[in-house]
Write a protein that binds this ligand. Structure first.
Ligand code: ADP
Length: 327
């Protein structure tokens, strides 16, 4: 039987995502509602190691629900990969009497949380905070909706200029290992094709389709590429296509970090608020090493290990629809 949780720590780790602040707010205020003491840990696991930990009250999270980024900052910590680093982190938590942890982050952060809670008697609950949506056991992750809407807004603008010049634009969106931003923004902007890490890229087929469209005078085309596609992103794809189609007017645009920033969407704020609430409830119920997800609008628990290993499956049908609708 695990000990009753009385003091909890909350941190954001790894890549930042819009909506993390709403999740922090929910953890802090739910914790206080249930009579817990809540501590903020600054700069993720590195802050745990460096004892960058402070007491939070209801006011500490005032006026942040609408803000992008994370008030707790985030970091990648090499030291946390080592047993010595995790030992230091544990000692610092003990010093403050923290006996439960909420980790808001992506798959890497969950691997860290899992190791930590296996080694020490501190239960860890994960909240999926990543724009990449590459985590199983939840329909959406905190930040994905905002990031994809930012991409859509930017691609719409590119489409206007592509249309004015009859150009083919190759737009790179974020996603080193996952193609969800590319797929969702590609479908929403009427892209010709999306190229994602989960699938092989067939350059011959792309050239054939574009050439056929050129004959039909369909000259405005968009290809959305995830940064981690087989060829390594839009710049490489652009070079290859320019080589294969010397007469086409081809431009490359890399959207980059704008996809991480900005005010979280309503969906992300609501998701983060619910997940933060459930994270505290799960700690009080004695759960450990699980991620809180939302599936079909209902709360869902999945082991951290499974959340990281299983991934979400890429919908072949969605890719097919994108191609059909762009024809
Ligand atoms: P994300 O959570 O966005 O996937 P990272 O993969 O960078 O981000 O992971 C965030 C941090 O989690 C790392 O910097 C490290 O401190 C910790 N971490 C990741 N994997 C492990 C691991 N296998 N063991 C211990 N700590 C880990």
């Amino acid at each position: 039987m695990s000990k009753q949780v009385t003091k909890i720590g909350v941190l954001t780790s790894g890549g930042d995502a819009p909506g993390m602040n709403a999740a922090i707010r929910a953890v802090v205020r739910t914790g206080i509602y249930y009579g817990l003491e809540v501590y903020g840990i600054v700069r993720g696991y590195q802050g745990m190691i460096e004892d960058n930990i402070f007491h939070m009250d209801s006011k500490s999270v005032a006026n942040i629900i609408q803000k992008g980024g994370t008030i707790l900052k985030t970091a990648r910590s090499k030291e946390f990969f080592t047993p010595e680093g995790r030992q230091k982190a544990y000692e610092n938590l003990q010093k403050h009497g923290i006996n439960g942890l909420v980790v808001i982050g992506g798959d890497g952060s969950f691997r860290g949380a899992q190791k930590f809670s296996n080694e020490f008697d501190i239960p860890c609950i994960g909240l999926p905070g990543t724009i990449d949506k590459d985590i199983a056991g939840t329909d959406f992750t905190i930040g994905f909706d905002t990031a994809v809407n930012t991409a859509v807004e930017a691609i719409d603008k590119i489409r206007d200029t592509a249309d004015a010049h009859d150009r083919l634009f190759i737009v790179e969106v974020m996603g080193r290992d996952a193609g969800y931003i590319a797929m969702h923004s590609g479908l929403a902007t009427g892209a010709e094709n999306v190229l994602i890490p989960e699938q092989k890229t067939n350059i011959d087929e792309i050239v054939m389709t574009l050439t056929e469209k050129e004959k039909r005078k369909k000259l405005v085309n968009l290809i959305v590429v995830a940064e981690g596609d087989e060829y390594g992103g839009a710049t490489e794809i652009g070079k290859i296509l320019k080589d294969r189609m010397p007469n086409a007017d081809i431009r490359v645009c890399i959207l980059g970090h704008i996809q991480r920033g900005g005010a979280p969407s309503c969906i992300d704020r609501n998701l983060a608020s619910q997940m933060g609430y459930y994270a505290v409830e799960s700690l009080l119920q004695g759960r450990n090493n699980v991620m809180v997800g939302i599936v079909n609008n209902e709360m869902n628990y999945i082991k951290l290990d499974d959340a990281v290993k299983q991934k979400q499956t890429v919908s072949d049908e969605m890719l097919k629809i994108i191609k059909i609708l762009a024809s």
